[in-house]
Ligand binder design. Structure first.
Ligand code: HPA
Length: 236
């Protein structure tokens, strides 16, 4: 087995079948250090740190995805096609686009609408609906219920643009019932769909486009913990 342009692993079995993907590689390090045991670091190319460890007896990996669809597109493609990863779970943050989706809430992306052209590579004669794996959605919702963690499940927007020149653009997505905006899920869902593997995106609401409220670092910590409690249970 050879390393890829972005992941320096050249042996089978180093990366687990389930990989959690926070955007920030230092988040990956934090998750490995605080939630996993028997941790090994498998990647540091471009400082996109990746780790494998054990959670409740199950092997799980965690690696940064970077920001945006091109970045998560690269890492998820390599994890799927070169390393045989079967479950890819993004754990990230999002901006709420709905009054009823509050900062600190946990959001599960059932589907991911997008303003990106990523799907054009598949040359479909219409628009594709990037969708999470039903198995992972079902499992995540069940875990959340068991742990009494309220979750909002629905359509999210994967945007190519963080600083949009059209400051009102999000309102049209909001009018279609889209819950929140982030920047990666649609590419992850499309890569997984094309390869026939499972993907899910779990998010915590870090800010609200509606109320302009932002979370304090303490609040972010609490909702992050809830999101991680759900995500880690999804390891097989
Ligand atoms: N836009 C895009 N991505 C985000 C946001 C946002 O407002 N908040 C957290 N991730």
């Amino acid at each position: 087995m050879q390393k890829t342009p972005h992941i320096e692993v050249d042996q089978e079995g180093i990366i687990a079948k389930t990989v959690l993907l926070p955007g920030d590689p230092l988040r990956a390090k934090f998750i490995a250090e605080n939630y996993l045991s028997d941790v090994i670091q498998f990647n540091k190319v471009r400082n996109m740190f990746g780790y494998t460890g054990t959670y409740k007896g199950k092997r799980v990996s965690v690696m940064g995805s970077g920001m945006g669809m091109p970045s998560i597109g690269i890492y998820s493609y390599e994890l799927i096609h070169f390393y045989g990863v079967k479950n890819l779970i993004r754990v990230g943050s999002c901006g709420s686009m709905q009054e009823h989706v509050k900062v600190r809430d946990v959001v599960i992306g059932l589907s991911a609408s997008t303003n990106s052209n990523y799907a054009s590579q598949y040359q479909l004669s219409g628009t594709f609906a990037p969708t999470a794996s039903w198995e992972l959605v079902k499992k995540a919702v069940t875990v959340a219920e068991q742990k009494n963690i309220p979750v909002k499940v629905g359509n999210i927007l994967s945007s190519d643009i963080f600083y949009n020149a059209d400051t009102e653009a999000w309102k049209k997505w909001a009018a279609m019932g889209v819950l929140a905006v982030e920047m990666e899920a649609a590419a992850l869902y499309m890569n997984a769909a094309k390869a026939g593997v499972n993907a899910l995106c779990i998010l915590t609401v870090s800010d609200s486009l509606v109320s302009h409220e932002e979370t304090t670092s303490e609040e972010r910590e609490k909702s992050f913990t809830q999101m991680m409690e759900i995500a880690l249970e999804l390891a097989e």
